[in-house]
Design a protein around this ligand. Structure first.
Ligand code: NDP
Length: 340
């Protein structure tokens, strides 16, 4: 069986490619550069015989027609994950939304595709944790916009466009399952530092002078890749899957880094995870670029809670512990020299 993975070069997608090859699948991955740019993919076990890398532009109509033909499943992961951009419509929303509808259009024309697994995000569920609420797959982000958390907006718009594609085309011969990961961390197969692992690089390199009252729901990159494959293989998989393990506060992350012997790094000392600290940090957020500033204002002082039972029950995922993923992410960043 051949599986198409869009954005195969990415942090999450590369792990999906690796796991698919390990399981004996053939993989057709889409990338933006020529194959020689991705030795971490072409040197994977099984790649010589079963990995094909092709170029396809998210914004070009019909660019995926030939790519998805012959593939039984399509994992659509390609989408820009950047927080601070100059032109959010052009840099985030257009490739996210148009890329998704283009891929779906091509799948509809194909004679082979049975299911698309779309990489959406927690961003399509909410951009504003609510300490009094437990989020589930039923929730939708209704607040993001081009000026408020634009990356979140792009993910919400892309997932909505995908579901409305299925509402409007009722006689399709394929279905869709959506994975909504939270903060994906862990070892990277390739040399680039993706946006979610970057928070550890930034914490360890002194970018954050203070501990803020924020928290993240972590999930290991290998589990996210596995979730995509299980969602693809399991005929009963349905709808959206919130994909996250445990929540850790920034304070817990810093304590863990100290206990783990990372004291030589300039870890934040000042603790502003308090009522007044929240107010101070919200004022300071206006000095940050728009994407980071709105993120701070919509997250500081709010505790995220969610129910991850659907993915655990339906896909039988047993998540790797966040502390283990953090350690491996850091070891990996040292190896790639993102950290000294
Ligand atoms: P990466 O930045 O590592 O991967 C993004 C992938 O998308 C890369 O292959 C990249 O190609 C491709 N891409 C980005 N912009 C374009 C574009 N304009 N045209 C074509 N390809 C493009 O990030 P992740 O692996 O973390 O993210 C993968 C997916 O997972 C995204 O959809 C992201 O929104 C989603 N996600 C990620 C989370 C996380 O915490 N990491 C959490 C929730 C969802 P290239 O290598 O050429 O840049």
């Amino acid at each position: 069986k051949t599986i198409c993975v869009t954005g195969a070069s990415g942090f999450i997608a590369a792990h999906a490619v690796k796991q698919l090859l390990e399981q004996g699948y053939r993989v057709r991955g889409t990338v933006r550069g020529t194959a020689d740019k991705y030795p971490y993919l072409t040197s994977l076990e099984g790649a010589d015989d079963r990995l094909e890398l092709v170029q396809a532009d998210l914004l070009t109509n019909g660019a995926f027609d030939a790519v998805v033909e012959g593939c039984e499943y399509v994992l659509h992961t390609a989408s820009p994950y950047i927080v601070d951009v100059k032109d959010p419509q052009k840099e985030l929303v257009d490739p996210a939304v148009k890329g998704t509808t283009n891929v779906l259009d091509s799948c509809a024309k194909s004679t082979s595709v049975k299911r698309v697994v779309l990489t959406s995000s927690i961003a399509a569920i909410t951009d504003e944790p609510d300490s009094n609420k437990v989020f589930t797959e039923e929730d939708w982000n209704t607040k993001s916009s081009l000026s408020r958390n634009p990356y979140y907006y792009s993910k919400t718009k892309a997932e909505q466009a995908a579901w409305s594609f299925f509402d409007q085309n009722t006689s399709l011969s394929f279905d869709m399952v959506v994975i909504n990961p939270y903060m994906v961390i862990g070892p990277s197969l390739g040399p680039s530092l993706n946006t979610s692992n970057k928070i550890f690089r930034d914490v360890l390199s002194g970018k954050y002078p203070t501990i803020m009252n924020i928290n993240w729901g972590f999930v290991d990159v290998r589990d996210v890749a596995k979730a995509h494959i299980l969602a693809m293989e399991n005929p009963d998989a349905k709808g959206r899957y919130l994909c996250a393990n445990e929540v850790m506060t920034m304070k817990e992350v810093i304590s863990f880094l100290k206990e783990s012997g990372y004291n030589k790094y300039p870890l934040p000392m000042v603790n502003l995870a308090s009522h007044w600290g929240n107010k101070v940090m919200k004022v300071l957020s206006y000095t940050q670029p728009k994407g980071s500033g709105t993120y701070m204002r919509t997250h500081i002082g709010r505790t995220m809670r969610y129910d991850n039972s659907k993915i655990k029950n339906d896909l039988q995922i047993h998540f790797i512990e966040a502390r283990q993923s953090i350690k491996e992410a850091i070891t990996d960043m040292l190896q790639w020299k993102h950290l000294k």
